[in-house]
Design a protein around this ligand. Structure first.
Ligand code: CMP
Length: 144
């Protein structure tokens, strides 16, 4: 089914000037961009986004990392977009992620792993809601 998913280029991706590279990989694959913005994640926003991790021992460092400098939020659409994007990203730890994946090719870190992608339809809906207003998600046809 056609799905929408929330993708983030995390602060390390922006710091490393990989925004274009990462966006290009998703675009080249055929995902359609239906929302795009750069923003600072506040601690409040971080707690909402990562509500399932707030109690975990790594959360303080995760919050420090994700709020340190801007991220790029991408709403992407396509058939099975959620799992397609997750497969392209590779496993969480960049050192274990397969070559050919974004993390496998570009990251060696478990925390600074360049990208986030929603992991289920429920998460996608929740996360798109956190990062985008309804008016910021665009409906249009690709004609070329
Ligand atoms: P993400 O897929 O965005 O979801 C939660 C994030 O927490 C994860 O990517 C990493 O950036 C980070 N993370 C997950 N597990 C750990 C861990 N064990 N130690 C540090 N950071 C982690």
């Amino acid at each position: 089914a056609v799905e929408r998913t929330l993708l983030l280029v995390k602060p390390d991706g922006v710091q490393r000037r990989l925004v274009g590279t990462i966006l290009s990989r998703f675009e080249s694959k055929g995902l359609k961009i239906v929302g795009l913005k750069m923003l600072n994640v506040t601690p409040e926003l971080a707690r909402k986004h990562y509500e399932e991790h707030v109690e975990k021992p790594f959360y303080p460092l995760l919050e420090e990392f994700i709020t340190a400098s801007p991220v790029v939020a991408i709403a992407a659409e396509g058939v099975d977009a959620i799992s397609v994007a997750r497969t392209m990203m590779g496993s969480t730890n960049g050192r274990e992620a397969a070559p050919g994946t974004i993390r496998g090719d570009l990251s060696q870190s478990r925390q600074m792993n360049l990208v986030h992608g929603s992991d289920s339809p429920e998460a996608a809906k929740r996360e798109l809601d956190i990062y985008f207003s309804a008016a910021e998600l665009l409906d249009y046809d690709l004609n070329l």
